[in-house]
Design a protein around this ligand. Sequence first.
Ligand code: SF4
Ligand code: SF4
Length: 469
Amino acid sequence: MNEMQPKPKPVTFKLDLDLKNYLWEAKTCTGCAMCKYGDWIYVPSATEYDFSWICPEWEWGVMDQYGTAGRIKNILALFSGDLPVDNPTLKEIVYRCHLCGGCEVSCKRNLDLEILMMHEALMVQLVNAGVGPMAEHKILAERIHRTGNYFGQAAKERNSWASEGIDVAQKADLLYFPGCYASYKYNSIAKSVAKILAAAKIPFMLMDGQVCCGYKLFTVGLIDDVVAVAQKTIKKIKDLGVKQVVTECADCYRMLKVEYPKVLNIATMDLGFEVLHITEYADRLIKDGAIKPEKEFREKITYHDPCGLGRLSEPWIPWEGIRDADDWGKLKPAREYRRGANGCYEPPRDVLRSIPGVELIEMRRHHHNAVCSGSCGGVREAFPEQQAFETDVRVREANYVGAETIVTANPRTLEVFEESLSRMSAGGMTKNIQEIRERFVGADKSLGVTAFHIKRVYDLTNLLASAIR
Ligand code: SF4
Ligand code: SF4
């Protein structure tokens, strides 16, 4: 550096949900737009162009505004004052993002920018300015506050699934934390968790007064509400004195393990209890010989990685320090990055492999390169056509690789896949395929379209429970 030039000041930086902490990220973005692609090493793309994207929002909108590269331009304009925070187009663009983290792992291949937290902080900024969230999200938030659950059903009904011959302990080392979907819509999944634990002779307890984990509130920027539910829920779990918490919902899992620590500025390892997804727990039970899947499922199955169980589930480690602008922007002290590769990927696959007869086929986009099913964030509530499109593309990908059955490990994802399967079976896929062809490769080109042969969608918890005696 020229001695005559003043040295740039180090930039203080904190990993939290205040947008001002991400000015460096926004300024350092090169605009390369690689954040909309999966890893090209693992995602063959030359003839399967529509399966190379990792950003579902971009896949739907096909404009950089609908994705990180364009949104960063808007963030820079917000910082400079050129774009008012109450711009209605900005609001629409921001809330079409799923906060699925695909762009985060993609950008971190190159630059290690904190893209996902920047998106999260942008939503918080809109809420704090009185602009966000969308009207549909406000209705949902009011329902969750009033009833304590996503569906607006009676709070006293939450554990009613556990009444018929299910042995719930008064006191145990293990807490089962059923999410809103298993408690109200998919009771079979909660019963399957109980069956798996009973087969291994593991006593479990339930929590009195459990409420929604706040996942949907988090993903639309209602951070004060999330802090409140995080504080209350962690205190209740600690008061129970349990050692482990198991959930069947990938989003409850992510909230308990990652987002509660994040909003409370503590490390996952300091929670005082271990958070496990039932597929992780069941994988241990199978490997220890405590349960054994015996019933045969002779099916070609593909596994969809829920974002909350996969790339977004790495433990949270708080960090605060400086970006040294005079030293290539290095972070000091050095910090451990979360790049998505250490999510929960093999336990659910190993559970599937343990079931006799299962043939596991990977989709083009898998592990940390998996594309979101469209169910993450508040998109389903505010922009249902976008979510339906994105889910249909994912189901088509499963169909393209020859699967008969899609298995996932998140009840909310099961719901959108079931809906998509109904659309596809009724011929809805044709429209999507044609649309994708015209967008990407021209209406006359083939994308290897095959007949539709997906027959079923399962939640892995239910599949495993039906495979054990
Ligand atoms: S966020 Fe990262 S990957 Fe996306 S355009 Fe900017 S530098 Fe490129
Ligand atoms: S978080 Fe997901 S939907 Fe949002 S910009 Fe990134 S990849 Fe796209």
